[in-house]
Design a protein around this ligand. Structure first.
Ligand code: AMP
Length: 282
């Protein structure tokens, strides 16, 4: 049976005991409402480690004041069943008070790459992410931690934090898992109305069109940008936040598609903000 741990003290003790038995620890940090995208990370962690810990914590410090913290979906029972099926032994599920007790005053911040893409639209978001991931790294102290490329900028930011702070944890980026019609899996998809769910398909479709165009030889970033923008603007209920074509390492805009390029977008579909991306190796 999978165990749900709610206190930092108990989680740390379990990890200490597992490590004393020579076990390797794989860690999958999440905000819960788990879908097959999350479970792909759990399975990968299971394949590469003796013990797998999934954290489920809707982290208030990474949400802006007008964002969806209050309506973020939650389902601990479903998450328990899915995590167990994926091969996890422990769920770490602390309360907000456990993670941020009265008087909490410390934040971890990566500069530069956090100003771009989602960081530009969501000020303070990555500061919340790096702070909570750092805390979770201290508590779970894993050998390897698994992150989805669905949040490509988050992967870049965590990798930077790990390098800059000399954290001895291997960050393992994992591919995006999509629904059969192409929509990137996201816990937030459940908050889409049926018609918005249909409209949201334009996001992945426009990225796939961009991929085709690049594979057909188009290297001009502006031309690719226009293909994506034109496609998305045909859906009236989809409002583009950004479409960015950037170098995957620096997140700086590129004008020519060569090397490892991240094509990332964010859009509001109805009330729900969705992100998606593709990575091209040209
Ligand atoms: P979240 O619960 O949305 O914070 O996501 C927790 C982890 O799962 C993050 O590393 C995400 O990038 C990853 N993840 C979320 N959706 C997907 C997906 N569709 N495919 C792969 N990884 C994902």
């Amino acid at each position: 049976m999978i165990k749900v741990i709610t206190t930092i003290e108990e989680m740390k003790k379990i990890i200490k005991d597992e490590k004393a038995q020579g076990k390797s620890i794989g860690f999958v940090p999440t905000m819960g409402y788990l879908h097959d995208g999350h479970i792909s990370l759990v399975k990968r962690a299971k394949a590469e480690n003796d013990v797998v810990v999934v954290s489920i914590f809707v982290n208030p410090t990474q949400f802006g004041v007008n964002e969806d913290y209050d309506v973020y979906p939650r389902d601990l029972e479903g998450d328990k069943a899915r995590s167990e099926e994926g091969g996890a032994q422990y769920i770490f599920h602390p309360t907000v008070e456990e993670m941020y007790p009265y008087g909490y005053q410390t934040f971890v911040e990566v500069f530069g790459i956090t100003d771009k893409l989602c960081g530009a639209s969501r000020p303070g978001h990555f500061r919340g992410v790096t702070t909570v991931v750092n805390k979770l790294f201290q508590i779970v102290s894993p050998h390897k931690a698994y992150f989805g490329l669905k949040d490509a900028q988050q992967v870049a930011v965590i990798e930077k934090m790990v390098r800059d702070l000399n954290i001895e944890i291997e960050v393992v980026p994992c591919p995006i898992v999509r629904e059969s019609d192409g929509l990137a899996m996201s816990s937030r998809n459940v908050n889409l109305s049926e018609t918005d769910r249909q409209s949201a398909l334009v996001l992945s479709k426009s990225l796939f069109k961009a991929k085709e165009a690049i594979e057909a030889g188009i290297q001009d970033a502006k031309a690719i940008y226009l293909i994506i923008e034109k496609n998305i603007s045909e859906e009236v209920s989809v409002h583009i936040d950004y479409i960015k074509i950037v170098d995957f390492d620096t997140l700086e805009d590129v004008t020519v598609i060569e090397g490892r390029v991240l094509i990332a977008l964010a859009a509001k579909v109805g009330k729900v903000r969705l992100i998606d991306n593709i990575i091209m190796e040209a």
